[in-house]
Design a protein around this ligand. Structure first.
Ligand code: UT7
Length: 321
């Protein structure tokens, strides 16, 4: 066993798409034209009140397990990347494990790296598998960001959506994950954060997402280009050797700027931000699952996944599908 490779993918989007016009109809001081021109977003999915992050993770995981053709109890590691867990604790991963009926004592924990969370989760799970300690991991990105949005702040509330994506990662002699890079720089924590906390039975401070959009934009374009080059260099490849780029889906202009820096045509970039908005840790596995299921990503192709988010955190994974 030399590699950890993706054996199956799945995803979940709650309810029907909510259009920009629907947001205007709900009283948000915005327009379809502004949102499309500045972000490329046309629709997003919003979870209804009764749904929890672990429910979305559950549906995505069931689909990933089915596509891998394995039973829940064959999983020995459950990793959920989320910034919108069901509760402070237990972890959403433990709740997901229970919902899936995994009773074999598999390890389960959450990863908190905001929009880079799925990249962090994948890289961590790969290290568990390559060490030989675990054989099959379920790695999930799941979010209900609509619950941490200030719906009176038009600069942020139109950008995000809810959803989940999952992969089964298993030990294999065939390639798999070839390279990964993870980074963080906590000095920039204030440009994208939910500053509040919980203490003495109360939410303390501001419980909503706050963002300096322009600062985040500039930071994202710089670090994403750098980190993709880093994983390519680790493996001795250039962008010519990459079939698909699956970026974190925050803004079409960030995707275009990154593709340009990497000299990759947009035809080789998987774009879902128009349909899903920014689903934070879920955006990359959602896009991966979509492109696998519609036949764009085929076995043997090389794919780079990259993400950036609050912290600041960023990272990339290069894999052979
Ligand atoms: O996943 C985490 C990563 N997050 C990101 O990558 C987000 C990165 N940042 C961005 O995508 C962009 O900065 C935004 C889409 C958030 C904002 O675009 P922008 O071009 O930087 O606009 P801005 O914030 O400078 O605002 C321009 C104008 C302002 O009006 P004035 O001051 O020029 O009169 C805003 O008040 O647009 C106004 N505005 C809006 N107008 C209509 C802000 N939000 C809206 C809105 N609808 N929803």
């Amino acid at each position: 066993m030399k590699f950890a490779r993706i054996a199956g993918t799945g995803s979940c989007l709650p309810g029907s798409p909510v259009s920009n016009e629907d947001l205007v109809a709900r009283g948000i001081q915005t327009s379809d034209q502004w949102i499309v021109e500045r972000t490329g977003i046309r629709t997003r999915h919003l979870a209804h009140e009764g749904l929890r992050t672990s429910d979305l993770a559950h549906e995505a995981s069931q689909k990933a397990l089915a596509s891998a053709g394995i039973e829940p109890n064959e999983i020995d590691l459950v990793v959920v990347a989320t910034s919108t867990p069901d509760c402070v604790f237990p972890s959403t991963a433990a709740l997901l494990q229970s919902k899936l009926g995994i009773t074999n004592g598999a390890a389960a924990f959450d990863i908190q790296a905001v929009c880079s969370g799925f990249i962090y989760g994948l890289a961590v799970a790969e290290k568990f598998i390559r060490s030989g300690s675990h054989r099959r991991a379920l790695v999930v990105g799941a979010e209900i960001f609509s619950r941490i949005l200030d719906w009176s702040d038009r600069g942020t509330c139109v950008l995000f959506g809810d959803g989940a994506g999952a992969v089964v990662l298993e030990a294999s002699d065939e390639p798999g994950i070839i390279a990964s890079a993870l980074h963080a720089d906590g000095r920039h924590h204030e440009i994208l954060c939910v500053p509040g906390g919980v203490a003495l039975g109360q939410v303390t401070g501001d419980p909503f997402l706050r963002m300096d959009g322009q600062a985040v934009f500039k930071f994202a374009v710089k670090v994403l280009g750098d980190v993709v080059h880093e994983v390519l260099q680790q493996s001795g490849l250039t962008t010519a050797g990459v079939d698909w780029l699956i970026p974190h889906q925050a803004n079409i202009r960030i995707l275009q700027a990154t593709a340009k820096r990497l000299e990759l045509p947009m035809e080789r970039v998987v774009v879902t931000v128009d349909r899903h908005g920014n689903t934070s840790a879920a955006s990359i596995p959602l896009a991966l699952d979509l492109a696998v299921r519609d036949g764009r990503i085929a076995k043997g192709q090389r794919v780079v996944l990259e993400g950036v988010g609050g912290g600041f955190t960023w990272g990339a994974v290069l894999l052979q599908f």
